[in-house]
Design a protein around this ligand. Structure first.
Ligand SMILES: [Zn+2]
Length: 62
């Protein structure tokens, strides 16, 4: 089975910082009032990555 990755938000951690998996732009931490938590947001394309989503993905490594 292949996972659907097209709709999943992605990001990459590099020495220069956190980069957007979609466009490669710089991502910054931003507080989101709707979610009442911090998210990563791409300053270029606006891609938003929920930290909870990332935590879940790391748990499901298999
Ligand atoms: Zn981006």
């Amino acid at each position: 089975m292949t996972m659907k990755t097209s709709t999943m938000p992605t990001m990459h951690r590099t020495k220069a910082g956190v980069r957007c998996g979609r466009c490669g732009g710089l991502m910054v931490r931003e507080y989101v009032a709707e979610l009442n938590e911090d998210c990563w947001k791409c300053v270029v394309c606006g891609e938003r990555v929920d930290l909870l989503i990332l935590a879940h993905r790391e748990e499901k490594s298999g």
